[in-house]
Design a protein around this ligand. Structure first.
Ligand code: COA
Length: 167
């Protein structure tokens, strides 16, 4: 696999949005209940992510192709925590790029970014999405609750600590 470059998404133009939708749809193939609600949902959701967390919208590129992305929000009011925490709103790789270590590179970037602003990170993951749950556990996220089919996971970070805490 060629070298992975992580960039902050500079703008969400039509062409980029279409590629992100494609990644999202392909990335969740076989897990429709967690991310395959259809293209028009994906379009609205990804625009919402962009508007909510532009500064933490990171893409992974292999050559000129976007392989996947992570959306990190440093200013998320968690009603479960009763305060502002960091949040990972979306994290997905195109199917053909999964399992090559690119997710690790994106997650490192996310933790570096959120670690500058937050002392706790929250995310929600599908209860049957064992691969992703294991992936997050490897970074020290722990399950703290569930709502419907979604498991809530949190990780404490020390502000300014750049180490990921990966086991
Ligand atoms: C979860 C996801 C973002 C991880 O990215 P990735 O590039 O595939 O992960 P990496 O190759 O960096 O790391 C793979 C590690 O995660 C696990 N893993 C998670 N998803 C995997 C997948 N689809 N294929 C292979 N390994 C996967 C492996 O066990 C591996 O563990 P290891 O590093 O201890 O060997 C990616 O698989 C994906 O897009 N999945 C579908 C969407 C999703 O579930 N997103 C998270 C929702 S909250």
């Amino acid at each position: 696999m060629a070298e992975v470059k992580i960039e902050r998404l500079p703008k969400l133009d039509q062409e980029t949005l279409e590629r992100l939708i494609e990644i999202y749809m392909r990335g969740y193939e076989g897990m429709r209940e967690y991310g395959g609600e259809g293209e028009s949902y994906a379009k609205r959701y990804l625009r919402w992510c962009w508007n909510k967390a532009k500064d933490g919208f990171f893409i992974a590129k292999i050559g000129d192709e976007i392989a996947g992305f992570i959306v990190c929000d440093a200013d998320w009011y968690s009603k479960y925590e009763g305060r502002t925490v960091g949040a990972v709103h979306e994290f997905v790789l195109d199917k053909k790029f999964q399992g090559h270590g690119i997710g690790h590179v994106l997650m490192e970037k996310c933790l570096e970014y959120l670690g500058k602003h937050n002392d706790r990170i929250e995310l929600w993951v599908g209860e049957r999405n064992e691969k992703a749950i294991k992936f997050y556990e490897g970074y020290g996220f722990r399950r703290v609750g569930q709502s419907g089919i979604w498991v809530r996971m949190v990780k404490d970070v020390r502000k300014g600590d750049n180490s990921s805490g990966k086991n």
